[in-house]
Design a protein. Structure first.
Length: 248
């Protein structure tokens, strides 16, 4: 069916108004024109043609491309955006706010205080370090969360990332939870390592012959490190990383 430009604009106006759920007055406000003008365009008696300025104003108000009012469209294009958009699926669940706890406040019934791993200079070895369990600094953790993760409370430790090798996933200062009951390497998992006295966190892969490959998230600046079985003897797997927290 051939329609004039005037008829096409009128058809589009009628469909938009029909699906908007708005009164003529509210629709006129939305498209920045007068209610009287809308009525005149819709009236079978006065039937006023839609001008360029009004057509472009309707397109702008409804987020349409220039010229949209001058062509016919499938029915779904007249629906409001909130109707046409697919359902938004949630990917998070609200659990409430933070509970502020003082350092000297004893742990609650469902809490455990986890010690940290840290490097310590060896007194009789200048420039050398060793990784120790540091119990003066503690991280509070819910026992229920550890249980859900399958981590024994006695085997849970923490560490803090330093440097940029694990960015952007683990930026400097990120706190990690380490399960020391899991020291058998599974390819592609994240582990805390005692590497010749240095505390490191890397993605670990086994290599033929007993070697290890250490990978950083920031692999452009920190390429893979490959170690033979003999070299890997200086690498002790402290445990698998099961949790981390980042402050931005």
């Amino acid at each position: 069916m051939n329609m004039t430009n005037k008829e096409i604009r009128l058809h589009n106006l009628q469909r938009l108004l029909e699906h908007s759920g708005l009164s003529k007055t509210a629709f006129a406000v939305k498209v920045n024109t007068s209610p009287a003008y809308i009525s005149q365009m819709l009236s079978s008696k006065t039937r006023r043609a839609m001008g360029e300025q009004v057509a472009r104003g309707i397109e702008y108000a409804y987020g349409k491309q220039t010229g949209w009012m001058d062509a016919l469209h499938p029915p779904e294009e007249y629906l409001p955006e909130t109707v046409r958009r697919p359902k938004i699926e949630s990917n998070a669940e609200w659990y409430g706010g933070f509970e502020i706890i003082d350092d000297d406040q004893p742990p609650g019934a469902d809490e455990v205080s986890l010690p940290y791993y840290r490097e310590l200079d060896i007194a009789n070895g200048p420039g050398r370090t060793e990784v120790i369990e540091y119990h003066q600094q503690k991280q509070r953790f819910a026992k229920s969360v550890l249980k859900a993760a399958g981590v024994p409370a006695a085997a849970a430790f923490c560490a803090i990332i330093s440097g940029s090798s694990m960015e952007p996933v683990l930026p400097e200062g990120a706190t990690l939870g380490i399960d020391t009951s899991r020291t058998t390497v599974r390819d592609g998992e994240l582990y805390a390592l005692d590497h010749a006295g240095g505390l490191r966190v890397k993605i670990v892969y086994r290599m033929p012959g007993g070697g290890l490959r250490l990978r950083s998230y920031n692999h452009e600046e920190w390429p893979d490190e490959n170690y033979t079985a003999e070299e890997a003897a200086s690498i002790r797997v402290l445990g698998r990383v099961f949790w981390w927290s980042v402050l931005r």
